[in-house]
Design a protein around this ligand. Structure first.
Ligand SMILES: Cc1cc2nc3c(=O)[nH]c(=O)nc-3n(C[C@H](O)[C@H](O)[C@H](O)COP(=O)(O)OP(=O)(O)OC[C@H]3O[C@@H](n4cnc5c(N)ncnc54)[C@H](O)[C@@H]3O)c2cc1C
Length: 315
């Protein structure tokens, strides 16, 4: 298996001077002022925008809310194939029924298995892994649906705009500067160069998901530390058409994840003959190089599941 590889030891220092700029710093094109600016149109950012818009409606107040998303279209940067608790949806949309939410279907049966390279042993489902009452869903579909709801409430969702820097005024976050476009590899402007834009707001919410660059820069700038080192996981997910319908969500432990790493796999039926099949593990210890390992283990895993699967539909 090769030499020891610990990702936490290979982190380049954050370019905080580029990620945090003083408001009014040179180089911006247009400028837009909002009341609330949310960075990241994932489930968290969109839920924040929707709840805020609901509150403003209830208070008969106009709040100008903007959500900035780096993906060209909503949902494109979200990892899909999920089993989702409906609780947050019910709280966010108390007037809707579960059937109105963008779910593929309820979890009807579940199984947890321990795998060896030759066998699958069914385990009692641990209490934290019970999914009765939850739904199988596609995260991209959820995000697109939330985006439509947000837009209907008057929220401005700007896709295709990565927030590249936090704009600050003293110790206050005043907004963000988007990334310039039309640069060559060395960062020099090409003929299609477009200057970055500044979006300022009374409140800026960072909802960038895991390890957002602006969130990390803010934490470093404000000297907010954590005693827990960052843990990384690698994943492979594919959508497979199956020969026979599946009605059970499956989680596995054990093979092909090595004994000195943690992780497991999931198999979520999206439609009777379509399944999201994935493996995620944290290669903290002795895996080198991790990308090759991940690919190989993904292949082995898919071989394991071959009695059920017939062909890959997408990945
Ligand atoms: C392999 C895997 C399987 C999972 N399975 C499940 C599951 O079955 N059930 C479940 O409930 N959860 C599951 N999760 C967890 C779930 O995906 C996350 O909890 C959820 O997506 C977090 O939402 P978020 O909005 O905080 O972040 P994200 O979903 O990561 O969204 C962040 C958004 O911000 C955008 N963004 C980031 N930085 C910037 C920037 N600087 N400028 C502009 N836009 C930016 C990104 O493009 C992205 O669209 C899983 C996660 C993984 C990795």
């Amino acid at each position: 298996m090769g030499e020891r590889f610990v990702p936490a030891q290979y982190q380049p220092p954050l370019p905080v001077d580029r990620l945090i700029l003083n408001e009014g710093a040179e180089g911006a094109g247009d400028r837009m002022e909002l009341d609330v600016l949310i960075v990241g149109a994932g489930p968290a950012g969109l839920a924040c925008a929707i709840e805020l818009a609901h509150l403003a409606q209830r208070e008969h107040t106009d709040v100008n809310i903007g959500v900035l998303e780096k993906a060209e279209a909503l949902g494109e940067h979200c990892l899909s194939g999920a089993v989702v608790s409906p609780r947050a949806f019910r709280e966010l949309f108390p007037d809707l029924k579960d059937a109105d939410f963008p779910f593929r279907g309820p979890v009807t049966q579940e199984r947890v298995a321990f795998l060896t390279s030759r066998r699958a042993v069914t385990l009692p489902t641990p209490p934290t892994m019970h999914n009765a009452g939850n739904y199988v869903a596609s995260l991209c579909e959820i995000v697109r649906w939330l985006g439509e709801r947000a837009a209907a409430l008057g929220v401005n969702v700007f896709t295709g705009f990565p927030a590249a820097s936090l704009l600050v005024d003293g110790r206050r976050v005043a907004g963000v500067r988007t990334a310039a476009t039309g640069l060559d590899r060395e960062g020099r402007p090409l003929s299609n160069y477009m200057a970055p834009n500044d979006l300022t707001a009374k409140v800026t919410v960072l909802a960038e998901g895991t390890r957002g660059s602006l969130s990390q820069a803010w934490l470093e700038w404000q000297a907010v530390t954590s005693e827990n080192p960052q843990i990384y996981a690698l994943g492979v997910k594919e959508i497979w058409e199956t020969r026979r319908p599946l009605d059970t969500i499956v989680h596995t432990l054990g093979w092909p994840v090595p004994t000195d790493a943690f992780g497991g796999s999931f198999m979520y039926p999206l439609e009777p003959n379509l399944v999201a099949l994935g493996i995620v593990f944290a290669p903290h210890s002795t895996i080198s190089p991790p990308s090759r390992y991940c690919r190989n283990s993904g292949c082995s895993f898919i071989c394991w599941s071959s009695p059920w699967t017939s062909s890959a539909a997408s990945w």
